[in-house]
Design a protein around this ligand. Structure first.
Ligand code: NAD
Ligand code: GLY
Length: 366
């Protein structure tokens, strides 16, 4: 891949919990970078069996060069491992290694490792510092930023967790060289989401550059990551704990989470479920008269061009409704949806049952 421009740093502005996001190519070769964000002597790097052989040695060497004492935890890979048992494995190692409350946890991997390690950091000894080193596109454009941490429950996605911000996010775009195409597409879902809910010019840019993004053009990916992080950081700055505005970042997720838990975690990738969920949310928005048919079709075409599914699995009407009732946005038993009203602007609201059933019928593989 061609070398992109020099690293850039953005700030997530949250007062005394503010932190930098550094985005650049080959950041892991900067031996001082990770260590500079570690205040104490001890570090525990949490990663998985896929990422460890690729990047763990570089991170450990750079921390040791900064004089840190490093412990490693290597978990099994997969969304289905984002659970209580994996969390306990992290605590088992931290306690066995006598890691104290000044220990910094480093999450090295995709969103699964980032969410789980963040939650471990939020709760180990009532809270220790942590750093995100996201290595998937999805985690670089979304999950490493904003402090949502947690694990899945068999009855619902991300149901156990905490808001807990990292000390820093270090996104080395060079790690995307080893990312499989299917995982890259999953990350593009969250990039498209940012354009659709908040930034129509960015949506137009993604539409015009989707071929370059799918081909891993470094300059295109760097811009998509930067703009996504800017958008997300701005939303999180305004509404860190999702009292209102932040819910728009869940566009496509009400349907998507139902697909993920309905099929069993790991069958569809999170980004695939979100991609299809956005097509369904756009269809629902169109049925309610908030966007026109051409806009709905344009969103579906872009999701498809990103390599993502646009037709949902047939879970059965009752099961769809059951699954969507277990959603953190819901209040008083009503299912809430993020809808486009119009394109580039979003609303959160319950919807009439007949429109919802029509969307399920239209978007589901029969
Ligand atoms: P993931 O963490 O499972 O990573 C995807 C796959 O890529 C895994 O097999 C992983 O081992 C592998 N991998 C990681 N980096 C690699 C690399 N550089 N080269 C090759 N393989 C690599 O999945 P994800 O898509 O990164 O994250 C999805 C998770 O993120 C979901 O659990 C979702 O709920 C969560 N999420 C959280 C937030 C948030 O705000 N906290 C936002 C969006 C998504
Ligand atoms: N991905 C949703 C959020 O961070 O709020």
């Amino acid at each position: 891949m061609m070398q992109p421009a020099s690293p850039i740093t953005l700030e997530v502005d949250l007062g005394d919990r503010s932190y930098p996001i550094t985005i650049g190519h080959d950041l892991l070769s900067d031996t001082g970078l990770v260590g500079r964000h570690v205040a104490g002597k001890r570090v525990a790097v949490v990663t998985n069996t896929i990422v460890a052989p690729l990047y763990l040695e570089r991170v450990v060497k750079s921390l040791e060069a900064a004089g840190k004492l490093v412990t490693t935890v290597i978990l099994p890979d997969g969304e289905e491992e984002k659970n209580w048992a994996s969390l306990m494995k992290v605590f088992d190692v931290l306690l066995a290694e006598r890691c104290d409350r000044k220990t910094t946890l480093v999450a090295l991997g995709g969103g699964v490792i980032g969410d789980l390690t963040g939650f471990a950091a939020a709760s180990y000894m009532r809270g220790v510092p942590f750093i995100q080193i996201p290595t998937t596109l999805l985690s670089q454009v979304d999950s490493s930023v904003g402090g949502k941490t947690g694990i899945n429950h068999p009855l619902g996605k991300n149901m156990i967790g905490a808001f807990y911000q990292p000390q820093a996010v270090i996104a080395d775009t060079g790690t995307l060289n080893t990312l499989p195409a299917r995982e890259l597409s999953a990350g593009l879902a969250e990039v498209i989401k940012h354009g659709a809910i908040i930034d129509p010019p960015f949506f137009d840019w993604i539409d015009a550059n989707i071929g370059r993004l799918v081909e891993k053009d470094p300059a295109a990916l760097a811009y998509a990551i930067q703009r996504s992080c800017e958008i997300k950081a701005d939303v999180v700055r305004q509404d860190e704990r999702e009292g209102g505005l932040r819910a728009i970042l869940n566009f496509g997720h009400t349907f998507g989470h139902a697909i993920e838990s309905g099929l069993g975690y790991g069958q569809w990738l999170h980004g695939e479920a979100v991609g299809c969920g956005m097509v369904m949310a756009a269809d629902l928005s169109q049925r309610l008269g908030f966007i026109d048919g051409a806009t709905r079709d344009r969103i579906a075409a872009l999701v498809k061009a990103a390599g993502l599914p646009v037709t949902a699995p047939d879970l059965g009407k009752e099961r769809w409704l059951d699954l969507m009732e277990v959603d953190k946005k819901n209040e008083g038993g009503q299912i809430k949806f993020i809808l486009l009203k119009p394109m580039g602007t979003s609303v959160i609201m319950p919807v009439p049952q007949d429109a919802l059933l029509a969307t399920l019928q239209a978007c589901t593989r029969q």
